[in-house]
Design a protein around this ligand. Structure first.
Ligand SMILES: Nc1ncnc2c1ncn2[C@@H]1O[C@H](COP(=O)(O)OP(=O)(O)OP(=O)(O)O)[C@@H](O)[C@H]1O
Length: 654
């Protein structure tokens, strides 16, 4: 058997990189006896530069260029060094060759399999950090052939319209099916929800009476409801009892230790779950929880009022099951989350699809300088006049501004509505439903809707107010360009927004958008400054068509009006008062008249009774004193005195 035959046999099915092969081919050497070296000349056909099937295209023949010639020699081959460095024993002993070949084949097969896994991951931009990570699936059918997932679940995926797994599903599902703990970062709209729900449903199997065995924590109620609906779809036919804590009062008695424990999966916001845990005794038990999923993990890991870090720690502590596994998902990740996971999740596998903290490439992004606040309204109305294809999401930085913009646009004849934390849950649910049903074309929202919310077919996201951070920007524009569909994002900016412009321009550039060089050359802000910008939204003029000066004039006018109204009211009151007084006066006059008459009568009495002694008078006086004003009393007293004098005089005269 000559070298070529041996080569053919040993490298059957091996795909060689043409370029590598060509170079290696020149190194394709037979090591003869130490003193002899033969070179093998091979004619390489210029067909397929990417890879070469050696047995098909490698022809040993005389050729002018780069030939490798095998000289016949009596000696058997001493040692054959193949391209991948595999050696074949020198003495040609068949037994050794067979063993070596078998070992080599197994090693070769493993290498080939690994190469295939790497190729699949590279093609889908999946990067995996962690030991013994299982291979990605390339189709949902592999879930049953490789991971024994029941057909009903695979059918549910098809019923949902999921024909092919998305990259994050290709890798995250096998990892969780192998009960491994996971930190997953994948672009917005790439199917992370199904990626964590399907393995849970598979592991739980069917309904049991052990209380909650899986908990999914989301940052907002809207996202919890959306995840709940996805869970119901994917577990169709399994009769799981899936709960979300919608009415906290009902929940206080529903899940306690004395309840039926007939529930399996809980999907909730951290605050509501912690509220139940903090009851005395706790109104819910997580002791049987086998899977704790944290969606939008970086958001939930944030500290401070905007974050849920403390609640997350409380929830983790309440999950006392020794088999507890945790998985964190988000489109953006922070070093804090990665560090925490590395320290706390045993056997962690970290999966990232695409660039970490990158915007989805399905969104055409544009920055628009609009001068000032009024310029935003003008730019927005221009967009409406030019025509836009609803549904459109408009992000502003606060609920007050959301209401202001709504008050402005309501008169523009477009189906617009607003959603923010100050609206009741019923109002929020109705707005979301109407937006999903196409009854509302433009939905004005705050960061509340910035994460995770999956509105089918949002064509345009407008950042009316500049996002507070690059991460906020990624999630906001991620409301469009989902499930493989394209979308568009337009971001207004004014002079006040240049602080954060550079980081967002960098995100745009990374996802393939054209940005002016000056933006990337702008001053880079420190983490401290960035955190400050995230916490404190810039002060902005209120959103109103009326110019500020006009608004101020109207305010003053309004105040004047109010003032005059108050004056009138007070006049009215006064006049009323006067009238009352008058009336009172009249009354008092009338009273006075009465008193006068009375007084005069008394005076007459006194005159008549000049003889009586003052005492009775004083009584009379006293009884009447209360009802007669002091002045009158004084008059009376003088009258009495004079009467007394007269009496005395009369007595003396007697
Ligand atoms: N394999 C799939 N094939 C087609 N569509 C899918 C697939 N998986 C999920 N989807 C759809 O893609 C959309 C986005 O899914 P999902 O909300 O889970 O994305 P996400 O990665 O969680 O996004 P975000 O980061 O914004 O939360 C949904 O409408 C979902 O129904």
């Amino acid at each position: 058997m000559d070298a070529h035959d041996l080569f053919k046999k040993l490298s059957v099915g091996t795909k060689f990189d043409m370029k590598r092969f060509r170079t290696d081919a020149q190194r394709f050497q037979f090591a003869k006896r130490p003193k002899e070296r033969e070179t093998v000349k091979v004619k390489i056909e210029k067909e397929d530069d990417d890879c070469l099937e050696p047995t098909k295209r490698l022809k040993l023949e005389d050729a002018n260029e780069k030939q490798i010639e095998i000289r016949d020699t009596e000696e058997t081959i001493n040692a054959l060094t193949l391209i991948s460095g595999i050696t074949v024993p020198q003495d040609g002993s068949k037994i050794k060759i067979k063993k070596q070949k078998k070992a080599m084949t197994e090693q070769k097969i493993m290498q080939l399999e690994q190469e295939k896994i790497n190729q699949t991951r590279n093609q889908n931009r999946i990067s995996v950090v962690g030991r013994h990570a299982p291979p990605p699936i390339e189709s949902f059918s592999q879930l049953s052939t490789v991971h024994n997932v029941a057909q009903d679940l695979i059918q549910n995926l098809k019923t949902c319209g999921y024909e092919q797994p998305t990259p994050i599903q290709m890798q995250a599902i096998p990892i969780m099916l192998q009960n491994r703990q996971l930190l997953a970062c994948a672009p917005t709209g790439s199917g992370k929800t199904a990626a964590f729900l399907l393995p849970i449903i598979h592991h739980l199997g069917g309904p049991q009476k052990k209380g909650f065995r899986a908990v999914v924590v989301c940052p907002t109620r809207e996202l919890a409801k959306q995840t709940y609906r996805e869970c119901v779809r994917l577990s169709e036919g399994r009769d799981f009892r899936i709960h979300i804590i919608s009415k906290i009062n009902q929940a206080l008695t529903k899940y306690g230790p004395n309840s039926s424990q007939k529930y399996d999966i809980l999907i909730t916001t951290p605050n509501r779950l912690v509220f139940l845990l903090n009851q005395e005794p706790p109104a819910i038990s997580l002791s049987n929880v086998e899977w704790l999923i944290v969606d939008e993990a970086d958001k939930l890991f944030e500290d401070g009022v905007r974050g849920f870090r403390d609640q997350l720690d409380q929830i983790s502590l309440a999950c006392t099951n020794s088999n507890l596994r945790r998985a964190m998902f988000s489109a953006t990740n922070t070093p804090a989350v990665t560090k925490w996971c590395r320290h706390n999740l045993k056997g962690l596998i970290n999966v990232t699809v695409g660039q970490r903290n990158a915007a989805t490439e399905l969104v055409e992004q544009e920055l628009l300088f609009v001068g000032n606040e009024r310029g935003k309204l003008v730019a927005f109305r221009n967009i409406i006049q030019k025509g836009m294809s609803p549904p459109v999401l408009v992000f502003v930085q606060s609920k007050e501004r959301a209401q202001e913009l709504f008050n402005e646009l309501i008169y523009d004849g477009i189906n617009v509505d607003v959603i923010h934390a100050d609206r009741t849950q019923t109002q929020r649910d109705n707005v979301v439903r109407c937006f999903r049903e196409g009854k509302i074309w433009v939905l004005i929202c705050t960061e509340l809707m910035g994460r995770g919310i999956d509105f089918k077919g949002v064509n345009l996201v407008i950042n009316y107010d500049f996002p507070p951070s690059a991460i906020s920007y990624i999630h906001r524009i991620g409301r469009t360009g989902r499930a493989g569909h394209k979308g568009k994002a337009l971001t207004f900016f004014t002079q006040e927004d240049t602080a954060n412009l550079r980081s967002i321009a960098a995100i745009m550039r990374e996802s393939g958008c054209e940005v002016p060089e000056y933006m990337l050359a702008m001053k880079k802000h420190s983490k401290k400054e960035k955190r400050k910008m995230e916490r404190e939204a810039p002060k902005r003029d209120s959103i109103s068509t009326i110019p500020t000066y006009e608004k101020q004039r109207r305010e003053k006018q309004k105040k004047r009006r109010e003032g005059s109204n108050r004056a009138k009211e007070s006049q009215t009151v006064e006049s009323n008062g006067d009238r009352i007084k008058e009336n009172t006066g009249n009354k008092s006059e009338s009273l006075t008249n009465i008193k006068k008459k009375k007084t005069s009568r008394i005076g007459q009495q006194i005159k008549k009774a000049g003889t009586r002694v003052g005492g009775s008078f004083s009584k009379t006086l006293k009884t009447n004193q209360k009802s007669i004003s002091t002045k009158k009393v004084k008059q009376l007293k003088t009258t009495i005195k004079s009467a007394k004098k007269r009496t005395n005089i009369n007595d003396e005269n007697k």
